[in-house]
Write a protein that binds this ligand. Structure first.
Ligand code: NDP
Length: 450
């Protein structure tokens, strides 16, 4: 029997890899995809999906309390953590199965095992060698924990999804997406939480005002935020962990979660056997067509160090499949990518922060609105909703929309379409609102606050 020569061999069955494999196969390419861990990658297994399920779970505590103002007498009992964790795991396993079926139905060969590149057209998995015209690296990233004394005692978000028991008290280190989401989730699940971040305000890169608003709300809800602080050492002490802090203080806790960024998962990939190069941050360097310095090898998703977001990896996987097997060389447009942080309350954003817009445009107008959600007039919940629009005065285009509040991601996703299409403030103003909603505030902002 003659050896199969694959048109595309994909390494990593996460968001980007699966999308590229499925689409390529549907375009008629002969595709193999190798995965050593779990189908669906970080997003499905230890990221977006289980995180969002936990985020819903965490919100119930506040919902039970809010219900009282509406006449419902509900009492909040302690969370049955094993039930939540195991129900979540069952759902993830169901999704793993769906991913397997999607690949099978598309006609891609799924190979279980760790793939190592042997040369520009050969991949080895568990001693078997496969020949491919094109190889795609879509291996994603892995949590990074800084090398401090006792760092092995800390857990990452990977382990948090499978804890045997919930701690009474937890310290979350980091000020990015994962740290801020988990500080809120753990707090909502009934854990006493302290979030430690090394600079003066978390979520660096987002609009400053929205970061301040979120810090205020999280503090009001009971999360202890310690900014301008860091952990220098971790030690075990009578079944707990003693943290030594940069300020000289120490802190005793039951669990230490590090969410201090992620690194590309390059170990054992065999890059030394290729001409593939890394950029200055250690990610795989690619051109706008996702091609590495080795012409037959491509890379998409987190391993390339762009915006580490599932929809971006999906778009890249799709774009590559069309390039390779449809002759479509459209360059992917990365402008106005909306994003949400499933913190409590949620935060979402599209376009430029006020600070970025001030640097980029000659003159801008900023519209803000901070108010109490109609629901909270009866619930008594003190959480505020905050909305912000940033407008380029010269073109009247809305160049940034930011929101903190319930379902911020759902609302900003809709606005992202308008903003990407170039909607002006006049377009927003001439759009009739849906009453009574939070989202209607975005089309009734009349007076620029600055
Ligand atoms: P981020 O890059 O968002 O944040 C890392 C945080 O850790 C930053 O606050 C950083 O501080 C801090 N940090 C880095 N190194 C150290 C160190 N040595 N000591 C102390 N603090 C440190 O990474 P995450 O791990 O939160 O998430 C990874 C990526 O996954 C995100 O960038 C995002 O793209 C994606 N993601 C998306 C989600 C969503 O869409 N909702 C949810 C979760 C993750 P500093 O600001 O000073 O650099």
């Amino acid at each position: 029997m003659s050896e199969t020569i694959y048109d595309l061999f994909v390494i990593g069955a996460g968001s980007g890899g699966v999308r590229a494999a499925r689409m390529s196969a549907s375009f008629g390419a002969k595709v193999a995809i190798a995965e050593s861990r779990y189908l669906g990658g970080t997003c499905v297994n230890v990221g977006c999906v289980p995180k969002k399920l936990f985020s819903y779970a965490a919100h119930y505590r506040e919902d039970f309390s809010d219900a009282q103002g509406f006449g419902w007498d509900s009492s909040v009992s302690d969370l049955d953590w094993p039930r939540l964790r195991d129900n979540k795991t069952k759902e993830i396993e169901r999704l793993n199965g769906i991913y397997g079926n999607l690949l099978n139905n598309a006609g891609a060969d799924l190979i279980n095992g760790h793939a190592r590149i042997v040369d520009a057209n050969t991949v080895e998995v568990d001693g078997n060698k496969y020949t491919a015209k094109n190889i795609l690296i879509a291996v994603g990233g892995w949590p990074f924990i800084p090398d401090i004394p006792g760092c092995e005692l800390a857990i990452s978000s990977n382990e948090l999804f499978y804890l045997d028991t919930l701690p009474k008290h937890a310290v979350v280190v980091g000020g990015g997406y994962i740290a801020t989401e988990f500080a809120g989730i753990l707090h909502g699940l009934g854990v006493e939480v302290e979030q430690i971040y090394r600079r003066d305000l978390f979520l660096r890169g987002f609009d400053t005002e929205i970061r301040e608003q979120l810090a205020e709300e999280m503090t009001n809800k009971g999360v202890k935020l310690r900014f301008n602080e860091n952990v220098t050492a971790i030690a075990e002490q009578d079944g707990q962990y003693l943290l030594t802090l940069e300020s000289g203080e120490s802190l005793l806790t039951d669990k230490v979660l590090y969410a201090t960024g992620r690194k590309p998962l390059l170990e054992g990939l065999g890059l030394e056997n290729t001409k593939v190069t890394l950029n200055d941050k250690g990610y795989i360097a690619v051109n706008e067509g996702f091609q590495t310095a080795e012409p037959s090898i491509y890379a998409v998703g987190d391993v390339t160090g762009g915006m580490e977001l599932t929809p971006v990896a999906l778009a890249e996987g799709m774009n590559l499949a069309k390039r390779l097997f449809k002759g479509d060389n459209t360059v992917l447009d990365y402008s106005f990518i909306p994003t949400a942080i499933f913190s409590q309350p949620n935060l979402a954003t599209v376009g430029f922060s006020e600070e970025e817009a001030r640097e980029r445009f000659a003159d801008i107008a900023v519209y803000t609105s901070r108010f109490t959600h109609l629901k909270h007039t009866l619930s008594g919940n003190k959480t505020k909703t905050f909305l912000k629009l940033v407008v380029d005065k010269a073109s009247d285009k809305v160049v940034g929309a930011h929101m903190m509040g319930d379902d911020a991601g759902e609302i900003i996703q809709g606005l992202a379409v308008a903003i990407k299409a170039g909607a002006t403030k006049a377009d927003f103003d001439s759009t009739i609102g849906i009453h009574p909603t939070v989202a209607e505030e975005f089309v009734t902002m009349r007076d620029a606050t600055r």
